[in-house]
Design a protein around this ligand. Structure first.
Ligand code: SAM
Length: 285
């Protein structure tokens, strides 16, 4: 019997009803956005893996725990032989760092994520252009932040990024009793659907470096959540420009960062960027 390892965030999902609900949330042949290629992070003892393979998906799973790998290879030896299952014994974050994507073709990420690193993994999935959608379990507190689209106390940079080129919804909650061992908190299943491109000619940003600049801009906007958005922005950008922008966009100068929304952040960013480019052109003569 394998003992769950805390350092790898191992809480194994045992409830068959919840596993079935996760599978139903993935686009299938009868729904739009169907993609046969699925990537799973952390197959653990293979319960979700079993459901995914039984549903006919082509699956690649990344597992960091060396001890689980022989167990999984034994359990799914038929699917490995048939070329329907590839198990990679690697830290998924390291794979993202090395090759920018967890796959070489478009895929949906389906995972009961290790909670110690769930936020980082969802942010990586958002900027991975081959990842077209995500169905993932996280702590409820984190799921609420990603799913929040604005004008709410849960609204943060995470909500902006998750709803930027598509939408993020909290599908359902999962009680601690559904896992072994039981986590200390309630969990939720999130669905992220990317409906338009993030980078490139037809995307929201020219390239990855511009997307990262937008991420840095959001850090400034939300740096002090209780202060006004204007005050946070003033710590970095020209005050006259900001006053003019707020006036032109008819924004209340007392607006707090969480009282805004995704479209507004994108618009303010674009205006500041355009102003920077104008200044740069002038200084270049
Ligand atoms: N999918 C299984 C389930 O639903 O029962 C296990 C989920 S458990 C919450 C998280 C899994 O992620 C564990 O198997 C753990 O070893 C694995 N894991 C933790 N950190 C990882 C990482 N950085 N890369 C890949 N797998 C990781």
């Amino acid at each position: 019997m394998i003992k769950a390892k805390k350092k790898f965030g191992q809480n194994f999902l045992q409830d068959q009803g919840v596993l079935s609900k996760i599978i139903k949330a993935i686009p299938n042949e009868t729904t739009p956005n169907f993609i046969k290629n699925v990537v799973e992070i952390g197959p653990g003892l293979g319960d979700l893996t079993f459901w995914l393979l039984n549903s006919g998906f082509l699956l690649t799973s990344y597992e960091i725990d060396d001890e689980l790998v022989p167990i999984l290879n034994e359990k799914f030896q038929k699917e490995v032989k048939e070329g329907r299952f590839r198990l990679i014994n690697k830290d998924a974050n390291e794979a993202w760092r090395e090759q920018q994507s967890l796959s070489d073709k478009p895929y949906i990420l389906v995972a009961n994520l290790p909670y110690y690193v769930a936020t980082k993994m969802i942010l990586s999935a958002l900027q991975d252009e081959l990842c077209v959608g995500v169905i993932a379990m996280t702590q409820k507190e984190v799921a609420l932040k990603f799913a929040c689209k604005g004008e709410d106390s849960d609204f943060s940079a995470l909500g902006v990024l998750a709803n930027l080129n598509g939408s993020c919804e909290l599908l359902f909650d999962v009680a601690p009793e559904c896992f072994e061992p039981k986590p200390k908190v309630v969990s939720s299943v999130l669905q992220i659907t990317k409906s338009h491109e993030l980078l490139g000619e037809f995307g929201l940003f020219k390239n990855l470096s511009e997307y990262k600049n937008f991420g840095e801009f959001l850090k400034i906007c939300f740096s002090a959540p209780r202060k006004t958005l204007l005050k946070n922005l003033s710590s970095r950008f020209d005050k006259n420009l900001l006053n003019q922008l707020f006036l032109e966009m008819n924004l209340n100068t007392n607006l707090r960062p969480h009282e805004s929304n995704v479209a507004l952040y994108l618009e303010i960013y674009k205006q500041i960027k355009a102003d920077n480019e104008r200044k740069q052109q002038r200084s270049n003569g």
